[in-house]
Design a protein around this ligand. Structure first.
Ligand code: AHR
Length: 612
């Protein structure tokens, strides 16, 4: 393997190259990175709208403590919030209630993770005409073990009352539930009930451990909020940014009809922008193009959707005095969010009305915000686009062999015209739940993207997150439940590419006898003090390969004292990580004491090896 490390032939990789694609899929957000513990809260709430706006409605997963003779729970159009009109009415029928008290409980998203010594903020709205004496408690799964509780006492009034209190856990239980109980006969209405851990990332509502896993990838951008989630099966169920901002109690939430679950939109447009900022990543806002999987808005009447997109951009980056910028400021972020990329729709290129609608969005955004980079859904990698764009989406889901070969995909792509955004890539065939082989094919593909980064400007794996209780899309980069998380091999390989964004790429020449099983790249990259050369080689085959790495033209200043070798491999290409064995397939880093410009190396079967 020959590496020409001289600067003459080097080229800078775009700073934007590797980032993240977040989609509300697999409960990635609701019951995932958004730390709300109450399921069907309607933003910090029992909104009950998840059951529909009919009364009585399905209050799932809320349930009752007691029996038919002691408690009667239904829903009514009684809320104080105009966009969340359904409230829960609880009537206690007993004077000597079974077990001492009756009430309602919420099990969260497959159980709440409550940890000893930690504080949990409960916010809810209640109303009662009678004197209220209630208990709010956190109990382990079946209510058998109480780990936190507090009493709520208030005089009966006509008005709704907002209750805010903190519960401190006296024990740990991964499958806890929130109980609201009373032993007093009477009627209490509940609405908007939220329970948030007090220690979310920067206090912004994100689950810390999951954010840390994202930070470890040093993402350069965050594409959000989907995916098909942006489109909906029907346009009426698409993500609508306006309904996802402002006070949490007033967000109606919506049913994501592609991935088939309710989202309270607590993780809304503002929170996505905040998450991007917290990650140090450029936000990439994918908005609905008036097109879903089954219906489409005609271009002749798309104007309100275009206005809506312009308003969303003003919300992100308008001054705090502008109409929508002031809403952002009122939510706690007077500074502008640096929104520089928008995507018009998702996978809509071949859908009726896309081109017409796209041009309306394009022209309006270009005129109002000339610096914004506009991304088209149409693939321009094989032939030029027939419409203007700054970048175009390219999605690939395939088998290991095909993705390995796709490393050369962009060699023949035109260098003039819009740049490529590989906004979704993954091996999803023969990948198990995310195995080593899949990750190696992805590594080879990423090496190809580095090599072609004069035309490929950005790339992100899909899908990012899966709650293990709802693995609707498989495989994923990060798998979690209420209290644990691990990276699949596809996650870990991305940690080996994180220094590539903004690095310098050098040409490599690999003997053709290896071309069926190896892919290689060489970069130089810098941390605060040093410059490093990194040679990455994927061996996707089942043989150990011995070869010589021959580096020519290495510049003075490249640190040779801290040389290291990092290998990601396992016994079997089908090996995966799991909750019980989260580190089965992870990179292992060792010192490389005899690093030299000419070096004999051995590449173990099924491996990604990085020489620094
Ligand atoms: O990543 C999962 C889905 O795959 C996305 O929602 C969609 O864009 C693609 O088809």
């Amino acid at each position: 393997l020959e590496v020409d490390a001289s600067w003459k032939v080097a080229r800078k990789i775009p700073q934007t190259l590797f980032g993240l694609f977040f989609e509300e899929i697999n409960h990635a957000g609701a019951g995932g990175i958004w730390a709300e513990l109450v399921s069907n809260r309607e933003i910090y709430s029992i909104g009950f709208e998840a059951g529909g706006q009919n009364t009585p409605s399905n209050i799932d997963p809320w349930s009752i403590i007691g029996d038919e003779s002691s408690i009667y729970v239904t829903t009514e159009r009684a809320s104080r919030f105009s966009k969340n009109i359904i409230a829960l009415r609880m009537e206690v029928l007993c004077d000597h209630c079974p077990g001492g008290s009756v009430g309602i409980y919420n099990p969260g998203f497959w159980g709440m993770n409550i940890e000893e010594g930690k504080a949990y903020n409960l916010v809810m709205h209640i109303r009662s005409l009678e004197h209220v004496e209630m208990t709010a408690s956190l109990t382990c799964y079946d209510g058998s073990q109480n780990i936190a509780s507090t009493s709520i006492v208030h005089d009966g009034v006509q008005e709704w009352l907002k209750i805010e209190l903190q519960l401190v856990a006296q024990g740990t239980c991964r499958t806890s539930r929130l109980e609201l109980t009373t032993s007093k006969r009477g009627v209490i209405w509940f609405d908007q009930v939220s329970l948030m851990p007090s220690g979310t990332y920067k206090g912004h509502g994100f689950r810390k451990e999951l954010v840390h896993m994202l930070l470890d990838l040093r993402p350069q951008f965050l594409r959000f909020p989907g995916g098909c989630f942006v489109e909906g099966n029907q346009t009426k169920n698409a993500f609508r940014w306006r309904e996802s901002i402002g006070p949490w109690e007033e967000r109606p939430g919506h049913y994501g009809d592609v991935w088939k679950y309710w989202t309270d939109d607590g993780l809304g447009y503002y929170e996505f922008l905040q998450l991007a900022e917290d990650l140090g990543a450029a936000p990439i806002w994918v908005f609905n193009a008036g097109i879903s999987h089954t219906d489409a808005v005609d271009t002749s009447v798309i104007a309100p959707f275009v206005r809506d997109a312009l308003d969303s951009i003003e919300f992100a980056r308008g001054s705090a005095k502008s109409t929508w910028g002031s809403v952002r400021a009122s939510m706690g972020h007077p500074e502008r969010f640096p929104l520089k990329y928008v995507t018009v729709g998702n996978e809509d290129c071949d859908k009726i009305n896309y081109k017409g609608n796209y041009l309306k969005f394009y022209n309006a955004i270009r005129e109002a915000y000339p610096d914004i980079q506009i991304i088209s859904n149409c693939d321009g990698s094989s032939r030029p686009l027939d419409h203007p764009a700054d970048l175009y989406d390219f999605h690939v889901y395939t088998n290991p062999n095909d993705l390995f070969l796709s490393k050369d995909k962009f060699r023949r792509t035109s260098r003039s015209g819009p740049k490529v955004f590989v906004s979704e890539y993954a091996v999803n065939v023969d990948a198990g739940n995310g195995n080593l082989l899949a990750s190696l094919a992805e590594s080879a593909f990423l090496i190809g993207l580095e090599e072609n980064s004069d035309v490929v400007q950005m790339a992100s794996y899909a899908s990012l997150f899966a709650n293990d209780n709802d693995r609707n899309w498989n495989p994923d980069a990060i798998v979690f439940n209420s209290w644990q998380q691990y990276g699949t091999p596809s996650y870990w390989i991305q940690t080996i590419f994180r220094e590539s964004s903004g690095a310098v790429i050098h040409p490599v020449r690999l003997s053709s006898s290896y071309s069926g099983s190896l892919a290689a790249s060489a970069i130089t990259w810098q941390d605060n003090e040093h410059t490093f050369l990194r040679v990455k080689i994927v061996n996707i085959g089942s043989n150990t390969l011995n070869l010589t790495i021959d580096v020519a033209g290495l510049q003075a200043g490249v640190d040779r004292k801290r040389s290291a070798i990092t290998v990601l491999t396992s016994n079997n290409p089908s090996d995966e990580n799991s909750f019980s064995d989260p580190n089965k397939v992870v990179p292992v880093k060792k010192d490389l004491p005899n690093a030299a410009e000419e070096m004999q190396v051995s590449l173990v079967p099924h491996s990604l090896t990085s020489f620094d």
